[in-house]
Ligand binder design. Structure first.
Ligand code: ADP
Length: 491
């Protein structure tokens, strides 16, 4: 590493959402946690350059501005052939790093974070990315690295490499595009891009159908593509998970990598969790049972410490493979277990959950809502959690569950493969994996878990193995830091 603390590494981190401002999905967790974790890592590691990382997000109407100290720091027009849109930039200084929120007409006061109309989102996020670059130009702040995330900000590397007004200013800037969920490429947004003067990619390596979609446009131009787990990075190079881009990605596979997301270990900490009736740690695991007792009595289910409580906490949709687990469980009702499902989503799949509850009211509950408190309580009371995802770029659920001593039974894919160890307990087992996104395969793994549960000592060993695994952001921050420094050193 040929950098020194007297030098400054400038990182522009852009995302469509970030905690603590606004969170809709996992991207909000990552964008909210990673910049702060990087600040800590750079401060705590000798011989690294000084880090100047700045977060950029849109000023969504749903952001409660009264919760933050915000100061308007710039206002300028974004000019296109057809229009002129005023962009306003607000600086928040409440975090460990500067965060900029960008407002303007494409982000109306009553707008959703993600609009159902892709053209509206296309215009909104293109306006956002153009504003970021214009702001940097006006402030004379040229980042060494631009780290964009998913299709919403994928246009950044595209603009920097292909548009003459940016090419020169950012000629020394290196770009990373984070892939959190490949199938969401920004299809249908083209009208919004065109409105702001952005035309389709001319990159012949991309399949034709992808040349007007923001994510592929950005993938083709970025210096590095980082998926949210090493497993998912490998998978997106294959036809099964590549969503039609596998051929293109394979041609540039040396720039594709993967880094696991971390967990906010302060929020997810069973020994200091305000939502739990009884807090516990690896050393006081026996206190955990009180949570299960309380949960079952609250839901009108019989409590027996030796009856395994299976939980599922998930978006109820195709990706998550809820149907696979439901059919598997339905066919093993002769086994002793109880089941609690927490989730909302696809109405057809929700009906399947409801039907299972109706058929087995003494054993099954379907809690059809999004409920943060309840999720904590379920992680703290369930014996095992089923995660039957068809694909899983990283997944937080399994990491949270392991931290809470709730053993995952999960599909062997993406980030689930990278985080769950399915070896004998004395060799570090933390969960149970199954290969195929099929009922039989899932059933076999659940059977193995139910059998293991019978032996209390074995089960405790598996629980404790998971609880002692370090899923904190510290490890991920170190890996991202290396990526940044490698790109920087090659400037
Ligand atoms: P994804 O981001 O694809 O939905 P992840 O596993 O990365 O999946 O993250 C899901 C997060 O959302 C976890 O923190 C999980 O606890 C939470 N979650 C999912 N459904 C619910 C729900 N109905 N109520 C509360 N939390 C939920």
């Amino acid at each position: 590493m040929n950098a020194s603390p007297s030098e400054t590494l400038k990182i522009l981190f852009a995302a469509s959402e970030a905690e603590p401002f606004i969170k809709v999905g996992g991207l909000g967790d990552v964008a909210g946690s990673l910049p702060g974790a990087l600040v800590d890592y750079f401060k705590g590691t000798p011989d690294l350059p000084t880090l100047d990382i700045r977060l950029f997000i849109p000023f969504h109407s749903k952001i409660q501005s009264s919760r933050f100290h915000l100061e308007k720091v710039a206002s300028f027009p974004i000019r296109t052939a057809k229009s002129e849109l005023l962009s306003s930039v607000y600086l928040c200084t409440d975090l460990k790093f500067p965060a900029y929120l960008i407002a303007g007409e494409p982000l109306p006061p009553d707008g959703a974070v993600y609009d159902p109309n892709p053209v509206v989102d296309g215009k909104k996020f293109t306006f956002f990315t153009l504003s970021i670059l214009e702001f940097c130009r006006l402030q004379n702040w040229v980042p060494d690295i631009v780290h964009a995330n998913d299709w919403h900000t994928a246009i950044l590397p595209y603009l920097i490499r292909t548009q003459k007004e940016y090419k020169e200013i950012f000629s020394q800037t290196r770009t990373i595009l984070g892939v959190h969920n490949l199938p969401f490429m920004g299809g249908g947004t083209q009208g919004g891009l065109v409105e702001l003067g952005i035309s389709a990619s001319q990159n012949f390596r991309l399949p034709k159908w992808a040349r007007h979609m923001p994510l592929p446009m950005g993938l083709a131009e970025s210096d590095r593509i980082l998926a949210v787990s090493p497993g998912y990075a490998r998978e997106i190079l294959t036809p099964e998970f590549g969503c039609g881009l596998d051929g293109f990605l394979f041609t540039c596979k040396e720039k594709v990598g993967g880094i696991l997301n971390g967990l906010d270990t302060k929020v997810w900490n069973p020994s200091h969790d305000p939502y739990l009736v009884s807090t516990y740690s690896r050393l006081t695991l026996k206190n955990r049972i009180k949570n299960k007792q309380e949960m079952l009595s609250r839901l009108g289910l019989e409590f027996n410490p030796r009856t395994p409580l299976i939980i599922m906490i998930s978006r109820i949709d195709q990706q998550k493979g809820i149907d696979i687990a439901l059919f598997a469980l339905q066919n093993m009702m002769e086994r002793k277990f109880q089941l609690i499902i927490l989730g909302v989503g696809d109405p057809v799949l929700e009906d399947t959950c409801k039907a299972l509850e109706e058929n087995y009211p003494e054993r099954v509950r379907f809690l059809q809502r999004f409920d943060q408190a309840l999720s904590h309580q379920l992680y703290g009371s369930g014996d095992m959690i089923i995660i039957p995802s068809r694909y899983e770029p990283c997944g937080l659920t399994q990491m949270i569950a392991m931290r809470y001593g709730c053993v995952p039974v999960a599909r062997n894919t993406g980030g689930l493969s990278d985080t769950i160890i399915d070896q004998p307990p004395e060799e570090g087992q933390t969960g149970f994996l199954f290969e195929k996104a099929e009922e039989e395969s899932c059933k076999e793994a659940v059977e193995r878990a139910l059998n293991a549960f019978i032996n209390q000592a074995t089960w405790e060993k598996i629980q404790k193995n998971g609880m002692k695994t370090d899923f904190s952001w510290k490890n991920s921050a170190a890996r991202y830091a290396k990526e940044y420094l490698d790109l920087w050193n090659n400037l």
